[in-house]
Design a protein around this ligand. Structure first.
Ligand code: HEM
Length: 230
């Protein structure tokens, strides 16, 4: 069981009124873009969704334009490639699951759009998985193409350790230790899996406030009706 961590947003599956840390989300997106997206798709995200992280329309257009996507057929019936637009989904690293598995020792890297919600222990699991690569205990042999991870169920995972100190250079100057990158990308993946968390929480607060006022009104009304009725 992964140890429990403190998350600035309180965890997508926890009772909390907290909101996402936008700076951490942007750093986490940078880690996804520069490291994870070599193998993992996030097919539920479009580039324009990044607006929620605080990027401007211009910045998003520029991010999208870094990628080539296949479009078509055109008037001649041919498929063609073009730079991605803000309305395109995140570019997938492989054309299909078979190609993804073939490139990764037979195990396709799962789509990360919903991974924080899909896995038990949510953020805590993803964070500790990313930092949980250790030497195998004595007597355990790790086959070729597998890596020993203390938090992966069964321990033998087909994903190599991916995060190293200064493996990325943060645009905001935050020191990019492997742990910092893991924390940031985990928060980015939490946002991706639960993008309406903040709206849901603020609606919850409003509903409770409304019910408190409404209960008070009902109580006063009840008193008024019963004191005058003889
Ligand atoms: C599996 C995250 C980078 C290859 C996974 C899983 C997560 C994850 C959460 C699922 C584990 C589970 O099933 O419980 C990430 C993140 C990355 C990253 C956040 C960037 C920081 C990469 C890269 C590669 C890769 C660059 C390829 C070189 C794989 C593979 C699996 C996997 C092959 C399937 C493992 C198996 O089924 O044994 N990753 N990953 N990952 N990842 Fe990554």
């Amino acid at each position: 069981v992964p140890p429990e961590e403190e998350w600035p947003h309180g965890g997508v599956n926890s009772f909390s009124f907290k909101t996402f840390d936008r700076a951490a989300l942007q750093r986490g997106f940078q880690v996804y873009k520069q490291v994870c997206s070599a193998c993992h798709a996030m097919h539920l995200l479009s580039y324009r969704n990044l607006e929620a992280l605080g990027y401007s329309e211009e910045e998003i257009k520029a991010i999208a334009a870094e990628y080539e996507v296949t479009d078509g057929p055109n008037d001649q019936g041919e498929m063609f490639t073009r730079p991605a637009l803000a309305s395109d989904r995140f570019r997938s690293p492989f054309p299909n699951a078979k190609a993804a598995a073939a490139a990764n020792n037979g195990k396709a890297p799962p789509d990360l759009s919903l991974i924080v919600k899909a896995r038990e222990h949510h953020e805590d699991y993803v964070f500790h998985l990313l930092t949980g690569f250790v030497d195998p205990p004595e007597g355990v042999t790790v086959p070729d193409g597998a890596y020993y991870n203390q938090y992966y169920p069964g321990h033998l995972i087909a994903m190599p350790p991916m995060l190293f100190d200064d493996g990325v250079t943060y645009e905001d100057g935050t020191p990019a230790t492997a742990v910092q990158q893991a924390r940031d990308v985990t928060q980015f993946l939490a946002w991706a899996a639960e993008p309406h968390m903040e709206a849901r929480r603020s609606m919850g607060v409003k509903v409770i406030l409304f019910l408190m006022v409404f209960a008070g009104l009902l109580y006063m009304t009840k008193r008024r009706i019963w004191e005058t009725a003889h």
